[in-house]
Design a protein around this ligand. Structure first.
Ligand SMILES: Cc1cc2nc3c(=O)[nH]c(=O)nc-3n(C[C@H](O)[C@H](O)[C@H](O)COP(=O)(O)OP(=O)(O)OC[C@H]3O[C@@H](n4cnc5c(N)ncnc54)[C@H](O)[C@@H]3O)c2cc1C
Length: 387
C-alpha cells in the first residue's frame, strides 16, 4: 500500500487484533451457550486500557476520539466477538465527560479508567413509552438533599456487570414544561447501593446472549450530587451520547459484516458441489459482492460521523445514517453467510448462527430503522413531522 491509501489506524487495529486473538471463537461460543458474560475478555480489554480510550489523559485514559473508539469496537466484532458486552462504557463515559461537574469527573473517571469501576449501563427505555422517550413516566422528585425515584425501565443492559448506570427520569411533570424535551434529568446511580435500597432487577432472557433487564424503582433515593449537569436538561445530554452510541454500533456492524463476508468467501471457495466450488456460481457470488459493496459504503459514512463528532460538529444525521447503512449491510452479509453455508450455517460450531442473531439486534436497537428514516425525513429533508 502506498502512503496515501495506508490505513491510519493500522497500528491500533493490530494491537486490538492481538488482544482478541487470545479469545477464540470457541471462547465466545461457550459464553453464548452458557448464557454467560465474557468476563475474562472484558477484563483483558480494560487492563489493556481500550475501554478507557476516550477518557482524557488527565483522568487516566488515553484521550482518543470516537474514531479510534469505533475502530476498537469494529475489531472486536470482526474477530468474532461481540462488543455489546462492553460498548456502554464508551458512550456513557462521554455523557459524564461532557456534562458532569469537575468534581464528578475527578471522582468517577480515574476509577473507570483503571477498571476499578464499570459504567456500562444507561437507563432510558420504558415499557409503556417505547421510542417516544419524552413520555417517560419514571420520576425523580427532589426531597431535601436527595432525589426520590419511582418508576420502571425495560431492556437496560449490563446492569449485573456494571457498577453504575446513567438514569434518565422526569424531574418536572410533562404538563408543566413548555417543550416536551424539557424537564428530564440524568443521574449517576450506584447500582449495588441501589439494589439494597429501592431498585429491583429482573433479567430478560432473550434471543441474543445480551445481559439485559427490567428495573423497578420504589422510592430509590439518589444524593443530589449525583445529578449530572443542570436539572431539566437531561434529554439534550442523552441525545449527544446517542450519536456516539449509534456511530459505535455502526462500526460494530461493519466489523460483523467483514466477519460474515470473510467467513462466507472462504467457505464458498472450499465447498465443492456439482464438481466445483459453490463460489464459482454467480448466484452465490453476487449477494456476497453486494454485501461487500454496501459495507464499504457504510464504512465511509461511519468515518464521516466519527470525524464530525470528534470535531464537535453537528453529527445527528451522519450518525443515524451510518447506523442504518451499517446495520443493513451487516444483516445482508449475515443472510448471505448463512445461506451459502447451507445446513452447516445452522450448526453452532460454525459461529454463523450466533453472529447472525447478534447482528439482527441492530435493526431494532438502540434505534429502529424506521425511526432513523423518520429522523432523516424530518430533520434532513424537512418533511412534515409524522409523530
Ligand atoms: C437487547 C436489547 C438491549 C437494549 N439495551 C438498552 C439499554 O441498555 N438501555 C436502554 O435505555 N434501552 C435499551 N434497549 C431498548 C431499545 O433501545 C429499544 O428496544 C428500541 O429503541 C425500540 O424501542 P421499543 O422496543 O420500545 O419499540 P417501539 O418504540 O415500541 O417500536 C416498535 C416498532 O414499531 C416501530 N415504530 C414505532 N413508532 C413508529 C413510527 N412513528 N413510525 C414507524 N415505525 C414506528 C419501530 O420502528 C419498531 O420497529 C435495548 C433493547 C434490546 C432489544
Amino acid at each position: 500500500m502506498n502512503q496515501s491509501t495506508r490505513d491510519p489506524h493500522e497500528e491500533l487495529r493490530e494491537a486490538v487484533r492481538d488482544l482478541c486473538s487470545h479469545f477464540s471463537q470457541e471462547y465466545f461460543r461457550r459464553v453464548d451457550e452458557e448464557r454467560g458474560y465474557p468476563e475474562a475478555f472484558v477484563n483483558a480489554l480494560t487492563e489493556a486500557g481500550w475501554l478507557a480510550a476516550m477518557i482524557p489523559s488527565e483522568y487516566g485514559g488515553s484521550g482518543l476520539g470516537l474514531t479510534e473508539a469505533s475502530v476498537i469496537m469494529e475489531e472486536i466484532n470482526r474477530s468474532g466477538g461481540n462488543s455489546g458486552a462492553c460498548h456502554g462504557q464508551m458512550y456513557n463515559m462521554g455523557t459524564l465527560l461532557r456534562h458532569g461537574s469537575e468534581q464528578q469527573k475527578k471522582s468517577y473517571l480515574p476509577r473507570i479508567a483503571s477498571g476499578e469501576w464499570r459504567l456500562q449501563s444507561m437507563g432510558v427505555t420504558e415499557p409503556t413509552t417505547g421510542t417516544d422517550t419524552t413520555k417517560i413516566k419514571t420520576t425523580a422528585v427532589k426531597k431535601g438533599d436527595r432525589y426520590v425515584v419511582n418508576g420502571q425501565k425495560v431492556w437496560i443492559s449490563r446492569v449485573q456487570h456494571s457498577d453504575a448506570m446513567i438514569l434518565l427520569a422526569r424531574t418536572t411533570p410533562l404538563v408543566e414544561v413548555k417543550r416536551k424535551s424539557e424537564g428530564m434529568s440524568i443521574f449517576m446511580v450506584d447500582l449495588r447501593q441501589a439494589e439494597k435500597s429501592g431498585m429491583t432487577v429482573r433479567p430478560i432472557p432473550n434471543m441474543v446472549n445480551h445481559e439485559t433487564n427490567e428495573l423497578f424503582f420504589e422510592n430509590l433515593e439518589i444524593p443530589e450530587d449525583n445529578l449530572i449537569g443542570d436539572e431539566g436538561q437531561g434529554f439534550k445530554y442523552i441525545l449527544d451520547g446517542l450519536n456516539a452510541e449509534r456511530t459505535l454500533i455502526a462500526a460494530e456492524c461493519i466489523g460483523d459484516s467483514y466477519w460474515f463476508i470473510d467467513k462466507v468467501t472462504q467457505y464458498a471457495k472450499e465447498r465443492i458441489v456439482f464438481g466445483r466450488p459453490i463460489g464459482q456460481n454467480q448466484g452465490v457470488q453476487f449477494p456476497i459482492a453486494r454485501a461487500h459493496v454496501n459495507t464499504e459504503a457504510a464504512n465511509l459514512m461511519r468515518f464521516e460521523a466519527c470525524r464530525r463528532f470528534d470535531a464537535n460538529e453537528a453529527c445527528g444525521a451522519q450518525s443515524n445514517m451510518a447506523k442504518l447503512l451499517a446495520a443493513d449491510a451487516s444483516w445482508e452479509a449475515a443472510n448471505a453467510c448463512l445461506q451459502f453455508h447451507g445446513g452447516f450455517g445452522f450448526a453452532s460450531e460454525y459461529d454463523v448462527e450466533r453472529k447472525f442473531r447478534e447482528t439482527r439486534l441492530y435493526q431494532v436497537a438502540p434505534i429502529s430503522t424506521n425511526l432513523v428514516l423518520a429522523y432523516v425525513a424530518e430533520h434532513v429533508l424537512g418533511l412534515p413531522r409524522s409523530f
